[in-house]
Design a protein around this ligand. Structure first.
Ligand SMILES: Cc1cc2nc3c(=O)[nH]c(=O)nc-3n(C[C@H](O)[C@H](O)[C@H](O)COP(=O)(O)OP(=O)(O)OC[C@H]3O[C@@H](n4cnc5c(N)ncnc54)[C@H](O)[C@@H]3O)c2cc1C
Length: 420
């Protein structure tokens, strides 16, 4: 008899579990509350810019093995585009200093011993001071573990950890920061090549998964929000979607891959993270200057990362709760000024009429990657034998990232496959 799995939530974690199980011959049913798959990682047509944009610029690294193998499994790994070497362009807007951090493409971090490839004004010893992060506990603070000042912190550690943790790094969990350092910087340039879904998040990470699922005979039900589950003994016995309900046999598996608030309203008593941080993205319809790198770290301004896409310049600002209530026009103007400086676009353009723009403020972009919130992340396995959890907020050992989401989906699928 064909085994069945119901996947609740068509974000990246749910899709990765669904794809794994469909490829293993399961009869898969995906249930998504909204009309679109992708969750916090999706593209859509934006009338303000008359472009298809992503809800947020998503950066992955070549060491994100689960995410890359997910993309490979849906046939879209080539859509994750990046340079041959792990090179990162930086600019400090305060003095217009520019540099290239060149981590190379090897396994051993030899770049540490070449002062032309390191962060300017840093010595090898500065990097050794990061070592305690590697084995630190998730209950320790970054600020109590490594020096959070100086040229290395300002030029590399702060931008890297702010992007990964989405909290002010000293207040973040040292264990989560350590996982990032172990899987990227310590694994050499080969693990640090920046990868971007150049044709859009949905085209690369979402639509091919839906296509594969349909080809495998899976159903993907949009506008199908799970409201409640009923239990019978050690199993989930019914999924209630409002107008309809699905009765399960004990061998039918359920992967709950919804955000923490939805999960705790469905599974009363489930402990989940309760605090979240915003990310702001801004998109300007403007042709990138010819010599501009595809991606730049920006220091000393409001903008943190600047991306050059076809006909569009886009920025990311993390830990952005402070910007959620700033008037949109003012924010757009301030961001545009930073962009013009970083991309060396003239002052007249910076102060002239704004190009067509859009600002996307995701208020609950990620859970707060602090020791306190990390301690509230549940494991994949639940007290019900046929119910497993997935999502970037479950206990993946990583902060809220695509890699963590896919990993959680893979782990949930592993448990489903092991069900008796
Ligand atoms: C602006 C922004 C920028 C980011 N930048 C990066 C980056 O650069 N690099 C990186 O690696 N990560 C980044 N992330 C994080 C990354 O997007 C997330 O980790 C990932 O998308 C989370 O996927 P998920 O499946 O765990 O959750 P979600 O995407 O939240 O998916 C959950 C799904 O469940 C659905 N759902 C909710 N309730 C129900 C219900 N009751 N029934 C059915 N369905 C339901 C939701 O509609 C949603 O589709 C960023 C996130 C944001 C918001």
């Amino acid at each position: 008899m064909t085994k069945k799995a119901h996947i609740i939530g068509a974000g990246i974690s749910g899709l990765s579990a669904a794809v794994r199980l469909a490829n293993e011959g399961y009869e898969v049913h995906v249930h998504e509350a909204t009309q679109q798959a992708g969750g916090r990682c999706r593209s859509y047509y934006d009338a303000a810019t008359d472009l298809v944009i992503d809800n947020g610029n998503h950066l992955m690294l070549s060491g994100n093995n689960h995410a890359r193998s997910y993309a490979r499994s849906i046939g879209s790994e080539d859509g994750l585009v990046g340079p041959e070497r792990a090179q990162f362009h930086f600019v400090d807007l305060r003095d217009d200093r520019r540099w290239l951090l060149d981590l190379g493409n090897g396994r051993i971090p030899t770049w540490l011993f070449d002062d032309k490839r390191r962060v300017p004004d840093t010595k090898v010893g500065d990097y050794l001071a990061l070592a305690p992060l590697i084995w630190s506990s998730t209950s320790s603070l970054v600020g109590d573990t490594i020096p959070c000042k100086g040229a290395l912190y300002n030029g590399l550690v702060q931008p890297l950890l702010l992007a990964a943790l989405n909290v002010d790094p000293p207040k973040g969990s040292a264990g989560l920061a350590g996982a990032i350092v172990r899987e990227t910087l310590l694994a050499g340039g080969q693990a640090c090549r920046p990868l971007i879904a150049r044709d859009g998040l949905s085209a690369v990470l979402v639509d091919p998964a839906i296509k594969l699922l349909h080809e495998k005979g899976a159903t993907v039900n949009f506008g199908h929000e799970l409201r409640q589950v009923l239990m019978a003994g050690e199993n989930i016995s019914t999924l209630e979607f409002g107008d309809d309900a699905v009765t399960l046999s004990p061998s039918d598996a359920v992967v709950l891959a919804v955000p923490p608030r939805a999960a705790s309203s469905i599974l009363l008593g489930l402990k989940t993270p309760t605090k979240f941080r915003a990310i702001v993205n801004a998109h300007f319809r403007y042709d990138p200057p010819d010599n501009m790198p595809p991606m730049m770290g920006v220091i000393g301004g409001l903008v943190e990362w600047l991306f050059a896409f076809d006909r569009r310049l886009s920025v990311t600002i993390s830990d952005a709760d402070r910007l959620v209530d700033v008037p949109r026009e003012q924010l757009a103007r301030d961001i545009w000024r930073d962009i013009c400086k970083a991309a060396v676009i003239g002052n007249d353009v910076a102060e002239g009429p704004l190009p067509r723009w859009q600002i996307v403020r995701e208020r609950r972009a990620t859970f707060e990657a602090t020791p306190e919130q990390n301690a509230m992340r549940p494991k994949t396995v639940t007290e019900w034998k046929n119910l497993f959890l997935a999502g970037d907020w479950t206990d993946t050992g990583l902060p809220a990232t695509i890699e963590g989401s896919v990993r959680s989906g893979d782990w949930a699928a592993d448990h489903v496959l092991k069900m008796q």
